[in-house]
Design a protein around this ligand. Structure first.
Ligand code: AMP
Ligand code: ZN
Length: 114
């Protein structure tokens, strides 16, 4: 999709270091990390948000979660633990309108988000 920064990153139009790539997803480091480990799983397909995902995206959503799990292990936080976040819509504080999963770990996270 035009003018979507995560489409441009996932399609290689903006130089970015891929921690992982396959035919469906890429994984990058968050540009403004909130935790020692803070990665993003981006689908190559433009989906505006989780709320916009369709039944046909079921396998892609599962693949994103398994990719997050594998990346957490690769970055050494599988044992210590981590948090997967999918900010969705205005109240969810989604700022980039292209579906993405945050993988956050490397420190003790607060029990409550709010
Ligand atoms: P949110 O939409 O609230 O889930 O957050 C979007 C996340 O994308 C934020 O954590 C940003 O720091 C991150 N972000 C925005 N632009 C880039 C970029 N060019 N490269 C990597 N991460 C980015
Ligand atoms: Zn996009």
């Amino acid at each position: 999709m035009e003018d979507c920064i995560f489409c441009k990153i996932a399609q290689g139009q903006i130089p970015s270091t891929f921690l992982y790539e396959d035919d469906q997803v890429v994984v990058i480091n968050d540009i403004n990390p909130q935790t020692p480990v803070h990665m993003l799983v981006l689908p190559k397909k433009h989906i505006q948000s989780l709320a916009a995902a369709q039944e046909e995206d079921r396998d892609l959503l599962g693949h994103m979660l398994m990719t997050a799990k594998n990346m957490a292990r690769e970055r050494g936080v599988a044992e210590s633990g981590y948090r997967i976040i999918v900010n969705t819509g205005r109240d969810g504080a989604q700022t980039v309108q292209h579906l993405h999963m945050h993988i956050m770990g490397g420190k003790q996270l607060p029990e409550q988000m709010v």
